[in-house]
Ligand binder design. Structure first.
Ligand code: NAP
Length: 300
């Protein structure tokens, strides 16, 4: 049976480390602050946002949520972002996705000042991350996966990492991080139009799946000894759960665990790491505005 990569436990350790950084910043007169903008009443988004601001508070950071109505105009939303961009107590700004269809999400994300873009979705940060610039805010999910691999002692150098999915939020930045000098993996990216997906996944020493389809990866699609990182989050009906559903990933966990060396569960794998890296990015943002540390990051 595969070793379980426990994202909850890795997060707990990381959050202890981050709490010490927050305490040091607070002693220097700066309380890292994250503002989350939530448009509308999507229950899943409300739950994500609540867990993000709650996590901030447990670390001694400021976490606030700004709830805007579903029919908010682009101009009104931009005015809120302008105000947060100008507020020195706000170090990180996050606009929860998905946005209602009438709002141009790319323009909204570009409206966030790059120095406060703790989600790392602004094109400037995407570019800085791509060229390996340490000032970049790296998107939280790929950053969390890299941290998991590192802390679990999973070697990447010379390994074949196969990523299923090519999203800007997870897969493309992850490919760039894995192939960079240091991690030194050989990376293959696959997507919906990949012919014979299994012929690629079977080559993987490290398989990362970020699609959003339950049981996309079955045991016959992996080789023995593979390390599997399951990013997928799919709701399946479950009457025995008080919520009426449970979360599963993209990988057939029970069968693949029999062949893999290590695997992340869903829930309790990548999910907690994503929120932890959001906290880390917000602390990085607060640190980058410190006069003592003023450097290239503040000149963007
Ligand atoms: P996305 O933007 O919808 O991208 C999904 C990707 O999967 C696309 O590139 C798509 O290919 C590819 N794909 C779809 N069907 C496929 C198939 N049959 N074979 C191979 N590739 C296929 O999704 P995302 O934002 O990356 O998220 C992916 C999943 O991860 C979702 O379940 C999401 O909820 C979850 N997620 C979890 C976390 C976390 O913290 N745990 C964070 C982010 C996302 P095309 O580009 O060709 O359409």
């Amino acid at each position: 049976m595969a070793r379980i990569i426990d994202g909850t436990e890795i997060s707990r350790v990381m959050r202890e480390e981050l709490a010490r950084e927050v305490a040091a910043l607070r002693a220097a007169g700066v309380t890292p602050g994250l503002s989350v903008v939530l448009v509308g009443n999507n229950p899943a988004s409300q739950a994500y946002v609540a867990s993000k601001t709650r996590a901030c508070e447990t670390l001694g950071m400021h976490g606030q949520t700004l709830n805007l109505p579903e029919n908010v105009s682009k101009e009104e939303l931009f005015a809120v972002i302008d105000r947060l961009n100008a507020d020195p107590a706000v170090h990180g700004i996050l606009v929860q996705l998905p946005l209602p269809a009438h709002l141009p999400y790319k323009a909204v994300l570009e409206h966030i000042h790059p120095d406060k873009d703790v989600d790392g979705f602004h094109p400037l940060n995407a570019g800085l991350a791509f060229v390996g610039d340490p000032r970049a805010f790296v998107p939280c999910t790929p950053a969390g996966i890299m941290e998991m691999l590192r802390r679990e002692g999973i070697p990447t150098r010379g390994k074949h990492a196969v990523i299923v999915g090519r999203s800007l939020i997870v897969s493309k930045p992850l490919a760039s991080l894995l192939m960079a000098p240091g991690p030194d993996a050989t990376v293959t990216l696959t997507h919906r139009h990949t012919v014979d997906l299994a012929s690629f996944t079977r080559q993987a020493d490290i398989l990362i799946v970020a699609v959003g389809k339950q049981n996309l990866i079955t045991a016959d699609m992996v080789k023995p000894g593979v390390v599997v990182i399951d990013v997928g989050q799919n709701r399946v009906p479950d009457e025995s759960s008080p919520r009426g559903y449970r979360m599963v990933g993209d990988v057939d966990f029970a069968a693949v665990s029999e062949k893999a060396e290590a695997i992340t569960p869903v829930p309790g794998g990548v999910g907690p790491m994503t929120i932890t890296m959001l906290l880390a990015n917000t602390i990085q943002a607060a640190r980058q505005v410190q006069p003592a540390r003023e450097g290239p990051g503040s000149q963007r």
